[in-house]
Design a protein around this ligand. Sequence first.
Ligand SMILES: Cc1cc2nc3c(=O)[nH]c(=O)nc-3n(C[C@H](O)[C@H](O)[C@H](O)COP(=O)(O)O)c2cc1C
Length: 451
Amino acid sequence: MELCSNPGDPIEREIAMNGTKMHLVQMMFHTPIAHTVLGWAQPNDRQVEGLTSFAYWQDIARTAERGCLDGIFFADTPAARDEYQGKFDANLRYGVVWPTHDPMPVVAAMAAATEKLGFAVTLSVTGTPPYLAVRRLSTLDCLSNGRIGWNVVTGFLKSEHRAVGSTEIMEHDERYDYADEYMEICNAFWKSADEDAFPVNRETGIFADPSKIRVVDYEGRFLRSRGVNPVMRSAQGRPVIFQAGSSGRGMRFAARHAEVVFAIQPHLAGMKAFVDRIEAARKEVSRPDPVRVLFGVQPVIADSLEKARERVTELGQAAPLDAVLSRLSGTFGVDLSKFDPDKPVGELQSQASLGMIASLTDDLTGRPTLREVARRFAVSGGLLQLMGTPIQVADQMEKLWRESGGHGFIVTPMEQPGSIEQFVHSVVPILQERGIFRREYETATFRGHLH
Ligand SMILES: Cc1cc2nc3c(=O)[nH]c(=O)nc-3n(C[C@H](O)[C@H](O)[C@H](O)COP(=O)(O)O)c2cc1C
């Protein structure tokens, strides 16, 4: 077995949750920034160079694998945002999650540079027929020997729907009905071949046994598909299904389909409530296997808590309000330039991302204004910030993990690749010493790591 780091002398503590350990996934975007607006403009940030380099991503993958992380998660919104002022300008001017490059080729390159690390890649059900989604995802899953996950999203950006030629954008809940059908088709393809369907026998010349491969023939309200699964079985059968919706309808979708749910919650109480709601939704659909919940966090690691706070304040001040609002407008689905920044956001109605609005405003006291939400959103994108020295960050992670009922974290960087290296080199070893995070991979597939 490969060691992910020098084990030293472990002080094994009592491990919470029946011996299970924390799960850690590194979050990335194939764009100039992750969540920190103008992150690309920091002097040590190299993400823009990464847009034209496989080597950049492969180095990050190796770093993550050295840290024994479960995997890397690629978020993706495949279109620029034009809700703000009804035009793309602010989004483009400041490189706010744009240019938005396809994460799939990068995942292929990163998987080629690693052996154990998993990769969850976001692919919207908008624009790609389910048959082609199965083909692309399963091809990666085969090439990586079972290390791929799929973050299923419905595409909350109107600009994405327009870019791929949809004439009308479905309402929030109906998008999930559509996604239900989409998943039914994908699952039908993934289940259509038996494990022993591919003898690949050189002597007999028999590649596959057609009696063990069923034709999928699906006709639903929105979608239809007829065909044979185009790809061989991968080591894990099908990609691990991730999902990130947190509205009531989003949770019902997750309870039905997702193996891992990625959630943003601003504090421990919110995390506990989220886990309870997912558990309730899981029981409602009588699903026997567990749903893993990972909470998005942004570690801000520095020599002291004060220095971490100073860094956040600096980055927040460096982000122009226009740039932040161009991102938030896409998330909220409304043109925030028409809104007085000093009015409470609670008055906003949105079809775009209801779960996100709730989590962004939940812990702000009183009636938070748009300006307050934007200031917080500028650096962390609404993810909970864990600030301080490596030990302080590890302490917060341990407490949240032990007490929330969640299974771990999706960690977003402020600076790339610096934040990733800093996290792996300074916080991960502390979690390992405490016996709550793996020192070596015990399984070969992404699903294996996550269970
Ligand atoms: C933590 C989190 C991460 C998300 N990541 C993506 C993403 O990468 N791409 C995307 O198109 N939508 C993303 N979404 C949007 C969701 O998939 C979903 O469309 C949106 O939250 C609306 O559903 P909800 O109201 O159920 O939350 C994300 C949402 C959350 C809360």
